[in-house]
Design a protein around this ligand. Structure first.
Ligand code: HCB
Length: 221
């Protein structure tokens, strides 16, 4: 099979919500030399986008979303170590690592992408405090203060939860702590324009880019 054929099959397995085929295909693709970053972007996330579009148009329902979530988790478990070897275990990067408090914002329970960002940051030498999902901004700030975090990382997958990231930035302004913490935001619907508009320090389209962003933010401190 060509690399493109592997990626196509991985996308299909995510669309089908097949938690047996998806990890198996990722394993085979990696063994055949497909770049782990392509597996993430063009395989898993592209498949998730198709499912999202079909859900929106009424072709798919909640059970399909749940099956896709399971398939994504199973596939990520195989992909993560390969991504870390290829993109995270860089001693140059590890020298600059700092402390990150991360969570999926209040009212949002999507955690697959956030978990991947957490594990890539950890593998790159950051100390990561992952607060899980449905995290109120006050809890994030309290943890960031407690551990003297360099960065607060927010994840949101819902257009209804995205504004909560703006609330975090407002809270930091109100408490006079905006200069104390860098804030990075992410999740499928988050754009560079949105990140700029709410005054965040940056966003990243995937977990590898999130590590690079975190590195840049630390070096700017
Ligand atoms: Co969910 N869901 N869902 N869902 N879901 C989305 C997000 C929609 C976009 C689908 C759609 O309609 N197009 C949609 C939101 C629409 C909107 O807001 N306009 C949606 C909806 C509506 C819902 C429910 C409301 C459905 C319902 O109950 N009626 C409900 C929400 C419940 C709630 O949160 N309160 C719901 C539930 C679910 C599950 C539980 C069934 C399941 C999640 C399982 C889990 O996370 N444990 C699920 C899933 C799987 C999805 C889709 C299909 C995939 C999400 C995913 O994991 N993507 C998603 C469609 C989509 O994303 N296109 C759909 C793969 C990961 C790897 O990508 O973007 O999350 P990622 O993360 C990347 C990247 O963004 C970046 O790095 C990651 C790794 O490369 N990144 C960061 C992520 N966080 C970062 C933070 C940073 O600081 C920096 C970078």
């Amino acid at each position: 099979m060509t690399h493109e054929e592997y990626l196509e099959d991985i996308r299909e397995s995510i669309i089908d919500g097949d938690d047996v085929d998806a990890p198996e295909l990722v394993k085979e693709a990696l063994a055949e030399g497909v770049d782990p970053m392509d597996v993430l972007n063009e395989g898993l996330m592209a498949g998730a986008d198709v499912v999202g579009t079909r859900f929106e148009s009424g072709e798919f329902f909640l059970p399909e979303l749940m099956l896709t979530g399971r398939a994504l988790k199973a596939a990520m478990a195989v992909l993560e170590p390969a991504l870390q070897v290829a993109y995270a275990k860089n001693p140059e990067l590890q020298k600059q690592a700092g402390t990150v408090v991360i969570g999926t914002v209040h009212r949002d329970i999507h955690d697959i992408g956030k978990n991947m960002v957490s594990s890539m940051l950890t593998a790159s030498g950051f100390t990561v405090h992952d607060l899980g999902v449905d995290v109120p901004i006050k809890t994030m700030l309290a943890k960031a203060r407690e551990v003297s975090a360099d960065i607060i990382g927010c994840s949101a997958l819902l257009t209804t939860s995205m504004p909560i990231m703006r609330d975090l930035l407002k809270l930091l302004e109100a408490t006079g702590e905006r200069d104390q913490f860098k804030v990075m935001v992410g999740g499928a619907p988050v754009t560079v324009a949105f990140a700029e508009e709410i005054g965040a320090d940056g966003t990243a389209e995937n977990a590898v880019a999130a590590v690079q962003l975190a590195q840049r933010l630390i070096s700017e401190e």
